[in-house]
Design a protein around this ligand. Structure first.
Ligand code: C5P
Length: 239
């Protein structure tokens, strides 16, 4: 598919929402469909959590973790697989995709993400992914803070029970042993922290299109969103 856009900056489509709404799979498929770059911002927070853990820093040491970004801005590459795995992520040439998706990294990422110094430390890094021909970006504050001028903003929602079940299925498929009730509680706690934090709380941008994915399979969600994209003249796409 070709782009006929004349603006200076590459166009951006932001996909925000809580975990378990299908953002990862959707972004991966969209980036392949459009032939655009992909940024999984949650993975950046998770990588920070892993770097902090490896450096022996507690999640309360926000300054220490933010300094790690400045010291060694790691070469991170996201590749949409189009399959259920949202992206493959490599750090220092080693694939850490599976490692960072474990719940300990998710929880540490969520704790670190509440600190302004940590959020500020990766702002430029996130924006550096905006390159031609375009960017599909997955996160919590992509449309509100990181790319407020994005051409199209989508906010995915789904009811909490279904989100916990999806996460459960994802982890079980990878052979990771989890308890559904405990997982639901961990997800609810992380949602509370992400929604109530003072800085960049999880909320839809005023101009976001809300897409409720409850009861919809991946193919249906992809079809609905590609329809929204096709109808969106701001993107200047030749579809
Ligand atoms: O999306 P994912 O579950 O990988 O994100 C892990 C954590 O990183 C989230 O719970 C959230 O606290 C944080 N995050 C964030 N802002 C983003 C993406 C993720 O605060 N744009």
């Amino acid at each position: 598919m070709g782009s006929v856009r004349m603006k200076d900056n590459a166009p951006v489509i932001t996909i925000d929402g809580p975990s378990g709404t299908g953002k990862g799979t959707l972004c991966s498929r969209l980036s392949r469909w459009l032939g655009w770059n992909l940024l999984d911002s949650g993975a950046l927070y998770r990588i920070l959590a892993l770097l902090g853990q490896r450096a022996g820093l507690p999640v309360t040491d926000a300054d220490g973790v933010a300094a790690l970004v400045r010291e060694r801005f790691p070469e991170v590459q996201f590749t949409g697989t189009g399959a259920d795995d949202p992206v493959s992520v490599s750090l220092d040439g080693v694939d850490v995709g599976a490692r960072i998706r474990l719940e300990d990294c998710g929880n540490a990422a969520s704790a670190l993400a509440a600190h302004g110094v940590v959020r500020a430390s990766i702002l430029a890094w996130q924006r550096s992914f905006q390159r031609p021909p375009g960017l599909v970006t997955d996160g919590r504050d992509m449309g509100t803070v990181v790319f407020p001028d994005a051409e199209l903003k989508i906010f995915l929602t789904a009811n909490p029970r279904e989100r916990a079940k999806r996460r459960y299925n994802q982890l079980s498929a990878k052979g990771i042993d989890v308890n559904l009730a405990e997982l639901a509680e961990v997800i609810a706690e992380r949602d509370r922290r992400d929604t109530r934090r003072r800085l960049s709380p999880l909320k839809p941008a005023a101009d976001a299109v809300i897409v409720d994915t409850s009861g919809s399979g991946k193919d249906e969600v992809f079809a609905r969103v590609t329809q929204i994209i096709s109808n969106h003249s701001d993107l200047g796409l030749n579809i």
